[in-house]
Design a protein around this ligand. Structure first.
Ligand SMILES: NC(=O)c1ccc[n+]([C@@H]2O[C@H](COP(=O)([O-])OP(=O)(O)OC[C@H]3O[C@@H](n4cnc5c(N)ncnc54)[C@H](O)[C@@H]3O)[C@@H](O)[C@H]2O)c1
Length: 256
């Protein structure tokens, strides 16, 4: 169970949802983890539960100075060599109703936040001689849906940024990949409004895997990418979407 022995990671948005599942799984596999989030209560409770393996820092990923703090925290735990750019916000508004301010708010957290995270990781990971940067995009970085102009634009941007960073940083032993979750049962995925069973039944019944995804199912993809099992993967897209992007089962068709 030590697929991440010797690794020290920063997981942004690590206080809840997929970030929390990633933090727990990384620690279970021997990593030290900095949990960076705006949610102090949740983040501190999680760090306390995980003991010496984790620390929480209050951080806003869109603020450059907070990245300096996060990197220093990682270096206080060990050799900083894994970054999961997971923090994001969602905005559901049609283009006509999206103000410039709305749009930039999403860009600042999702897109600029990931860029700042990558930039601040370069020197420490170069010095470490290796690193893995995992950028959490979305299925909406592969296609889009109505009402997601700002969110989807940032998730496509993260995919492009991933490829650019992979090209620039591979020579230093730093791998950069994107992860594309489909519908996952978290606050962002609507968990406040529907039970997991009801959500699966109402929204995901026609999907190849006919249920909503679990945060741990995405965390396992990040675990692979963070580990030395993934040393020849960079600039690539790793999808965990229950087959959403592949197509739907249709009522009345064979095997539906
Ligand atoms: N849930 C889904 O269905 C789904 C699908 C595709 C992609 N994603 C992506 O997965 C990632 C995790 O999402 P989730 O579903 O766990 O969402 P979530 O809302 O449960 O968690 C997001 C976390 O990010 C933190 N955060 C938000 N803004 C921040 C900031 N400026 N600085 C630091 N932390 C900040 C939040 O406090 C929260 O803890 C996101 O990148 C999201 O876009 C989610």
């Amino acid at each position: 169970m030590s697929r991440l022995a010797g690794k020290t990671a920063i997981v942004t948005g690590g206080a809840r949802g997929m970030g929390e599942a990633t933090v727990r799984l990384f620690v279970e596999h021997g990593a030290k983890v900095v949990i960076g989030d705006l949610l102090d209560k949740e983040g501190e409770a999680l760090a306390k539960e995980l003991g010496d393996a984790a620390i929480f820092i209050h951080m806003d990923v869109s603020k450059e100075a907070d990245w300096t703090k996060a990197v220093a925290a990682a270096q206080s735990l060990g050799t900083y060599n894994v970054l999961v750019n997971n923090a994001a916000i969602l905005l559901h508004k049609s283009i006509i109703d999206t103000s410039a301010e709305d749009y930039l708010k999403v860009v600042n957290v999702n897109q600029l936040g990931s860029f700042l995270g990558i930039r601040s990781a370069i020197e420490p990971m170069k010095a470490a001689g290796c690193g893995s940067i995992i950028n959490v995009s979305s299925i909406d970085g592969l296609h889009s849906s109505a009402g997601l102009s700002a969110y989807s634009s940032t998730k496509w941007a993260i995919r492009g940024l991933t490829k650019n960073a992979a090209i620039e940083l591979g020579q230093y032993g730093i791998r950069v990949n994107s992860v594309h979750p489909g519908g996952i049962y978290t606050n962002m995925g609507g968990a406040e409004f529907l039970s997991e069973e009801k959500m699966s039944e109402m929204i995901y019944a026609d999907f190849p895997i006919p249920r909503v995804g679990k945060p741990i199912e995405v965390a396992y993809v990040s675990l692979f990418l963070a580990s030395d099992e993934a040393t020849y993967s960079t600039g690539s897209e790793f999808v965990a979407d229950g087959g959403w992007f592949t197509g739907m089962r249709r009522e009345g068709s064979p095997c539906s």
